[in-house]
Design a protein around this ligand. Structure first.
Ligand code: NOJ
Length: 531
């Protein structure tokens, strides 16, 4: 495989640096702590780490509110620490990508401070100001639990400013060429430092236009293509990953003709994996995959089960959303905005079979899988914590005080009870061949070993059994037949005649005869290599 396409057959891992490993005992995870844990990530088989924002920030949105684009917040360390991390990661063939937050800054950013203070400031036009808070009225509110409007009155400025997220995160004005140039400079700075690419935050919202919903506008794509061209010219092999929480047909333009984003999250498949598990039927997954357009050969979807946000239910119908809340958020405090603020293991009743099955889907569907830190050991959440903080608690390394996360006092309360570090931690699971961690490690290794998974081809196989998702992945001369049972009961699957041959099941290493109907235990999965 052309090395510039490395991301197509990779496994990604998302990390909150604050919550991963503290190296200096101040209770906050930091870059040196993460560097100490690279061996763990290498053992797990991770190819690329996405680190959440580490910029100086007043932390009104956990760092997605940036006050300075050109340095590292001192709780995480220094720019030199980041360089050391990148170098140490590269020695282990691990790449590091970081968040690039284009759409907005913190209200503490000097640009905004200057902008609000003086109508004649050179920075006034860096933000979107208006005397009229009824403009762009067709634009939805994203943080519905906290924000009554996308406009907030600013006393100092004597005008309203536009923001798609918290009112502490004013939107930058991407109609201003200076803003466009500033953000290219930001990208250049981190690329020069050695970063392997960006997870570009909230890209649908860069541009506003009256009479539209202010999402996915053509002018937004024009700018993003410039960013890509700039990267291709000066930093080939570095990537852009698109965060556009949209329907597949609306994400499709972000790949352009292979000249915009390298990768894009597939948001709608995610809740449908949970729907499938709860209903014991794969039909919703099949429907969304059939609705997913083809993408250029040099592009790749990104699949995930959970991330640092609430499990978003934006890409489902109202009826499906209500159903998901009923099934997966039985306590009101589990709901947040249009989503559910819980982690993978608790969502799946801490049922090892369901957790493995969800991961089997993650690793075999088209797209590059991203693991959210801690989900590989089945970490839980802490619902007492505010907003999304409950799914961003410290990584549980061992059963020593504070789970080996820090020798000091953790910046936050950790997970308690059955999911606490006394029961769930890396060290214990490393010791056993049968732990969840070891199983995920095997899945990663198999996924990476077989080129079929890195392609985009996927064919659903009709077997007449609605409870077993059966599909074929074919690429680079390899064919994989995948069976995932969504059922809590024993299932039988009879394959069409063209599959009546022998196949090698990858986990057991056994040759299976596929002529006779296959029996599947509850939530069983089989990855079968056909010859
Ligand atoms: C998406 C990020 O994932 C989320 O955590 C953040 O709050 C918003 N973008 C705003 O930056």
């Amino acid at each position: 495989m052309n090395n510039n396409l490395w991301y197509k057959n990779a496994v990604f891992y998302e990390i909150s640096v604050r919550a991963f490993k503290d190296s200096n005992g101040d209770g906050h995870g930091d870059l040196r702590g993460l560097t100490e844990k690279l061996d763990y990530l290498q053992t797990l088989g991770v190819d690329c780490v996405w680190i959440m924002p580490i910029y100086p920030s007043p932390l009104r949105d956990d760092g997605y509110d940036i006050a300075d684009y050109y340095s590292v917040d001192k709780t995480y360390g220094s720019l030199d620490d980041l360089k050391v991390l990148i170098e140490a990661a590269h020695q282990r063939n691990i790449r590091i990508v970081m968040d690039l937050v284009l759409n907005h800054t913190s209200d503490q950013h000097p640009w905004f401070q200057s902008s609000r203070m003086d109508k004649n400031s050179p920075y006034r036009d860096y933000y979107v100001w208006s005397d009229d808070n009824t403009r762009y009225k067709d634009t939805r509110i994203i943080f519905v639990d906290t924000e009554p409007s996308n406009w907030t009155w600013d006393e100092q400025a004597g005008q309203y400013f536009w923001h798609r997220f918290y009112a502490t995160q004013p939107d930058l004005n991407f109609d201003n060429p200076k803003v466009q140039a500033e953000m290219l400079n930001v990208a250049r700075f981190w690329l020069d430092l050695g970063i392997d690419g960006f997870r570009a935050d909230a890209v649908p919202y860069l541009i506003e236009r009256e009479g539209t919903n202010c999402e996915n506008l053509p002018e937004t794509h024009v700018y993003l293509k410039q960013l890509r061209a700039f990267m291709d010219e000066h930093y080939p092999g570095r990537i852009l990953l698109c965060e556009a929480n949209q329907w597949p047909e609306d994400v499709r333009p972000y790949f352009g003709d292979g000249d915009e984003f390298h990768m894009g999250f597939h948001f709608p498949i995610m809740p449908r994996i949970y729907m499938a598990l709860k209903k014991g039927r794969f039909e919703d997954m099949e429907a969304i995959m059939n609705r997913t357009p083809a993408i250029p050969e040099n592009c790749q979807w990104c699949t995930f089960l959970r991330n640092h946000d609430e499990l978003t239910l934006e890409m489902v119908t109202e009826e499906e959303r209500q159903w998901m809340w009923k099934e997966y958020a039985p306590e009101p405090r589990m709901k947040l905005n249009l989503g559910i603020r819980r982690r993978l293991a608790p969502l799946l009743d801490n049922d090892r079979r369901k957790i493995e099955l969800a991961n089997s889907l993650l690793f075999t569907l088209p797209g590059t899988p991203i693991i959210y830190y801690g989900d590989e050991i089945g970490m839980g959440d802490n619902l007492d914590l505010f907003d999304r903080n409950g799914v961003r608690t410290p990584m549980q390394w061992d059963d020593s005080p504070h789970g080996g996360f820090t020798s000091g006092t953790p910046f936050t309360e950790m997970v308690k009870g059955e999911y606490g570090f006394a029961h769930i931690n890396v060290a214990d699971q490393m010791k056993s061949d049968y732990s969840l961690l070891r199983t995920i490690q095997r899945m990663i290794a198999l996924r990476k070993k077989h080129a079929a998974f890195g392609g985009s081809d996927m064919q659903w196989i009709k077997t007449g059994n609605p409870a077993v998702a059966v599909y074929v992945r074919q690429h680079a001369g390899e064919t994989m037949l995948i069976l995932n049972s969504l059922s809590d009961a024993l299932q039988q699957v009879a394959l069409p005649a063209e599959y009546h041959q022998n196949g090698l099941e990858l986990f057991s290493g056994k040759t299976l005869s596929l002529q006779a109907p296959i029996s599947l235990q509850p939530y069983a999965y089989l990855w079968i290599k056909l010859s």
